[in-house]
Write a protein that binds this ligand. Structure first.
Ligand code: NAD
Length: 509
């Protein structure tokens, strides 16, 4: 692909400060994007606000039809968007496919369910027959989506698509590290007939992001806990809603009765997808004493099979890191752990022969919670493994973290594993697999503790972008003019109803 020249947007006539985007695979420039200013963001918000009523009036069914038809064109040409993703992030081809596939599942889910979920709902009224209660779901208005670089398709679009299905217009601030995937995808939306002001991409860095927070009615943020905390604070001051999808330190528990092959290979998948640069990456592994030695042997075997390079092909297991920051942090964490007694069992080195930001998948043992790699988010290909005496110790250590995003358990006793899962403080847990919750778009995904507020996917992920409006209709049966809320008739009815509710289920609310 050639260097991308971002076409000058006629709506931004003046020259803007530019950000140069580089490819992690080569270190070469891919292109430049402007840093949108406060005036640009305010102008975009005005256009988004003006466009929103027509988008809402189109109705959920028609919006779903339009978004579904648009997505079909992306799916049919997915190799193009996968090239954009790989070029900006350096991830392997299966990683790029995962982004397209998970987005496809999400769009399919909302195409099939958004109309039903957004339909006005009848609720039981306190005074039956006389009163009718209904809840309408109205879009919040203009949604700001502020997104990270690690999944420039999936993490940029999975939240904002729900906002669009719900009838909102959107200002998307993609990461300054990976803006071109978003620009490409939104361009295809315009080509498919989605009006230009319904979704606008505002490129730039944190300065542009903070301006977006000032002008929207709701913020959907995905990124680091440090930035999320600032944005959530500002949203609270502005009294607008927000959801925060932030960092993680996901624990994996491997129990004595686990299938060794699944557990060992699953550890590598959990920790190394996108070179560990996933919010739901496995960052800590706790292995029960009885299986530990055999598990380590199988883990080393599978680690030896890993193919790492920057080439295309579905058989490449691990690609490059995306930023130098992640590479330096991985090295710092290894040095800190080794200085405190950890041992590197596999990897531990840069691979400049493959590209400037390649780092080997690295397995560490003899680790403990005094080490940074067991407490802080690594966001790199490190797999620290800790031997534990039993399940209770594993659960205690798993919960000994300020984060609570995701987690996983390997065990052949599914019922027991499910019960153990409920004792883990996280937004989701996968059993005998990792990260599958994200792709199961019917269930909510999000974090507890410092990992987040709110949920994406499922009904919850759609309904966060609407304001419920309750409408109560009194059909005037037995109504008479009166000067207090309770006239004698209502007082007597209320007393009678309370007594009857005990015996007549129909009257209960
Ligand atoms: P980041 O917080 O540095 O940046 C995220 C976005 O926020 C970027 O678009 C950035 O320009 C913008 N931003 C930065 N400062 C801002 C400010 N003051 N106001 C408004 N916007 C601002 O995160 P990152 O480095 O891009 O992504 C990595 C982090 O994201 C990791 O911590 C990872 O765990 C997290 N993440 C979480 C999830 C999840 O679903 N929970 C998913 C992916 C990534």
């Amino acid at each position: 692909m050639a260097v991308i020249q971002q076409p000058a947007d006629q709506r931004f006539a003046e020259a803007r400060e530019q950000i140069t985007v580089t490819s992690p695979l080569t270190g070469q420039a891919i292109g430049q994007v402007p840093v949108f200013t406060r005036e640009d963001v305010e102008a975009a918000a005005r256009r988004a606000r003006a466009a929103q009523p027509a988008w809402e009036a189109m109705g959920a069914k028609e919006r779903a039809r339009l978004l579904g038809r648009w997505w079909d064109t992306i799916w049919n040409n997915r190799s193009v968007v996968m090239q954009h993703i790989r070029r900006e992030t350096g991830k392997n081809e299966t990683g790029a496919f995962l982004e397209v596939f998970a987005t496809d599942l999400l769009i399919g889910y909302y195409c099939n369910n958004a109309v039903r979920l957004l339909r006005p709902q009848n609720r039981k009224a306190i005074v039956p027959i006389k009163h009718h209660a209904r809840v309408y779901y109205k879009p919040v208005g203009v949604v700001g989506a502020i997104t990270p670089w690690n999944y420039p398709l999936l993490n940029a679009f999975c939240d904002l698509l729900a906002a669009l299905f719900a009838g909102n217009t959107v200002l998307l601030k993609p990461s300054e590290v990976t803006p071109f995937t978003a620009l490409y995808v939104v361009e295809t939306m315009y080509q498919a007939g989605i009006p230009k002001d319904v979704i606008q991409v505002l490129t730039g860095d944190g300065r542009t992001g903070s301006e977006v927070v000032e002008v929207v009615d709701f913020v959907s943020f995905t990124g680091s806990t440090a930035v999320g905390r600032k944005i959530a604070t500002r949203c609270a001051e502005r009294l607008i809603g927000s959801t925060m999808e932030m960092g993680g330190k996901d624990a994996m528990l491997i129990l004595n009765d686990a299938d060794l092959e699944l557990a060992a290979s699953g550890t590598l998948v959990g920790a190394l997808e996108n070179s560990g640069q996933a919010c739901v990456s496995t960052e800590r592994v706790y292995v029960e004493d009885g299986i530990y030695d055999r598990y380590i042997e199988r883990l080393k075997y599978y680690a030896g099979q890993i193919k790492q390079n920057g080439e295309a092909g579905m058989d490449v297991h691990v690609g490059s890191l995306t930023n130098e920051r992640e590479l330096l942090r991985a090295e710092e964490f290894i040095a800190d752990a080794v200085a405190k007694g950890a041992k590197v069992l596999h990897g531990g080195q840069r691979r400049p022969d493959l590209g400037p930001l390649f780092f080997e998948p690295t397995i560490l043992v003899n680790v403990n919670h005094d080490m940074r790699l067991m407490r802080e988010e690594t966001f790199g290909p490190l797999i620290p493994i800790m031997r534990v005496k039993d399940v209770d110790e594993a659960i205690r250590l798993a919960n000994d973290s300020p984060y609570g995003l995701s987690g996983s358990i390997f065990s052949n006793n599914l019922k027991r594993a499910e019960h153990i899962a409920t004792r883990i403080q996280s937004g989701d847990v996968s059993i005998n697999s990792t990260k599958v919750v994200f792709g199961n778009v019917t269930v909510p995904m999000g974090g507890v503790k410092n990992s987040g507020i709110g949920r994406r996917n499922g009904p919850e992920g759609l309904l966060r972008f609407v304001e419920p409006q309750s409408i109560l209709i009194d059909n005037r049966l037995f109504s008479k003019p009166n000067l207090t809320l309770f006239d004698p008739f209502l007082v007597n009815s209320a007393i009678l109803l309370r007594a009857l509710r005990r015996w007549i289920p129909f009257l209960r609310v």
